[in-house]
Design a protein around this ligand. Structure first.
Ligand code: ADP
Length: 309
């Protein structure tokens, strides 16, 4: 089937969203939602793309001095530089970083993850009666939308119904001003995924996979789908790549699939994420690991991914 990218330039509710990142995988259970959520909070924390230039009066370290003849008879009148020992009045940094404004759209109708992985105070989507738009609910400063917050229970639907529902949700949610919208795509490369890519102008894709050969065959389809839709695939996250015991790396699922994808399809960034029990525990607890342990190694690893999207 010939696929084209007919994504419109603007969907009303996405008018003020600067970057839309699709996080995709071809199988379920590889860690796509874990990646989406941790990446979203890391992007929010980094906020590197928006800085405010603040002008701060700075007292110079060296000041120009003219010594008077009375104090130093015979001294030259030439100005000389004198060190000023007083503390400099530099109270605000020159560049004030802002948190990025981020949203997550959990597009998995059959197995939504956001209700488990985040804990918003109001776990139900609100409808604005005047405008007829959906307002995202919020957790730790990030807007979150999931079918799991729609209060419909588990979905039993045929494909076209799912596509229609996703389309409706994407076009009626008012995201407001965002720097990044992360779309946690449903696994696979079928109609639903195509619908999303054709409704929404996606800026870039991050593909999540595991190291097995079997995963390579599937993930290849995903990268090809994005390439046909002219969506640049900026990174492959090879999740559950290894675990470490006493400094020795063990690779229970083999290795090489992520690297092969990058080599064959020209994906510029490969990230290998370890198997970390805390990542799973935090996912289950409703507080992503990058929030629970912001200075930890895993948080740093997601920071590296965030820097490339
Ligand atoms: P997907 O969205 O691809 O279906 P999930 O993100 O829901 O996958 O992950 C499936 C399960 O694996 C979850 O319980 C999650 O916490 C766990 N998990 C994901 N990545 C890791 C990892 N690197 N280390 C340990 N557990 C992980």
């Amino acid at each position: 089937q010939e696929v084209t990218n007919d994504a419109p330039d603007t969907v009303e509710g996405l008018r003020n969203v600067r970057h839309i990142i699709a996080v995709s995988s071809c199988k379920g259970g590889v860690g796509k939602s874990t990646t989406s959520v941790n990446l979203a909070y890391k992007l929010k924390e980094m906020g590197a793309r928006r800085v405010l230039l603040t002008l701060v009066p700075i007292r110079p370290r060296w000041r120009c001095e003219r010594r008077s003849l009375r104090t130093f008879p015979g001294a030259s009148l030439r100005p000389s530089l004198a060190f000023d020992p007083r503390p400099r009045r530099l109270s605000t940094p020159l560049l004030t970083p802002f948190n990025s404004r981020v949203g997550i759209f959990d597009a998995d109708v059959y197995g939504p993850s956001l209700p488990t992985m985040t804990s918003p105070e109001i776990a139900v989507l609100q409808m604005n009666k005047e405008t007829g738009t959906i307002t995202p609910t919020e957790y730790e400063g990030v807007g979150v939308v999931s079918f799991g917050f729609a209060g419909q229970g588990s979905a039993i639907m045929r494909g076209p119904m799912v596509s229609g529902l996703i389309n409706q949700m994407l076009t009626t949610t008012d995201w407001g001003e965002l720097d990044y919208l992360i779309i946690d795509m449903p696994p696979g490369t079928g109609d639903v995924q195509l619908t999303i890519c054709q409704v929404v102008p996606i800026t870039a894709a991050v593909v999540v996979t595991t190291p097995q050969k079997l995963a390579f065959i599937d993930v290849e389809k995903g990268v090809r789908m994005f390439s046909k839709l002219r969506v640049p695939c900026v990174a492959v996250v090879e999740n559950m790549s290894y675990f470490e015991v006493d400094g020795v790396r063990h690779k229970p699922f083999g290795e090489g699939s992520g690297q092969r994808i990058c080599d064959e399809y020209g994906v510029p960034n490969l990230f290998q994420m370890p198997i970390v029990p805390e990542l799973s525990a935090c996912g289950d607890s409703g507080k992503p690991l990058v929030l629970a342990d912001p200075a930890g190694e895993v948080s740093g690893a997601y920071g590296a991914v965030a820097a490339k999207v």
